[in-house]
Design a protein around this ligand. Sequence first.
Ligand code: AMP
Length: 283
Amino acid sequence: MRIVQSVSDARDVVRELRAQGKTIGLVPTMGALHEGHLSLVRAAKASCDAVVVSIFVNPTQFGPNEDFAKYPRTFEADCAALEREGVDVVFAPSTEEMYTAGASTFVDVEGVSGRLDGASRPGHFRGVATVVAKLFNIVGPDRAFFGQKDAAQVAVLKKMVRDLNFPVEIVVCPIVREPDGLAMSSRNRYLSPEERQQARALHHALEEMERLARSGVTAARELIAAGEAVLAREPLVRVDYCRVVDPDTLEDLADVRGGALAAVAAFVGATRLIDNTILGRRD
Ligand code: AMP
């Protein structure tokens, strides 16, 4: 496994792989890897000849009062896990390497970037779209792998790829959960034991919304009220949003009959967690 830190080294190793006729899969991450990340790596391994994983805690997607400085960084353990998975290349640039002094070009996917997490975290998706566009330009992957866990991110990036004609296929992988249902997240390690218990409420709220939708409830208002009621039972949980939206535009839906994304975000203590599920799927 090659570990490269500069843009030019990344380009060189990818060029070598291409010269061998290999297809390239890219898995963008911020490190602190868990089974959710590794599921993306395995999906990439299964459908591409060579896999590049980027590890970069991207400052432009964090707000001024967010956890950029204390975001977990576990580079050695991450590389060991990626080596075990048979990853070909780890691209781990410094902030200065990714954002050369004076960089002033950003990718704004208007509309969708202001919804869900984009509404709660202004500027977040501008940072995400910009860094992913840069990674696409540096690595030039055939396919890029993202988790359904970050459903709003998926909507933003799919639209960016369409709007800007990136020759990349976006592959979305299912949410990987802890045995009790909590969606895996690098931020789960911030939770105290009591918060960790109460964090299950996000999953339970979505399960309740799914149960009602399956039983024939189609009104988004009713489903949201039921989800919020589950979240309200836990004193350490403060809801940021609980919504039912169109999975592509992230606009609110009144009714889930055509299929909908149910998405929740909540602070558990000081830690903001997200989760989601698809409702009303006709399969
Ligand atoms: P992050 O390191 O948090 O930026 O996440 C990197 C990628 O891993 C993103 O595409 C996430 O959606 C994905 N991811 C994070 N957690 C999970 C999970 N529990 N299940 C599936 N994918 C995940």
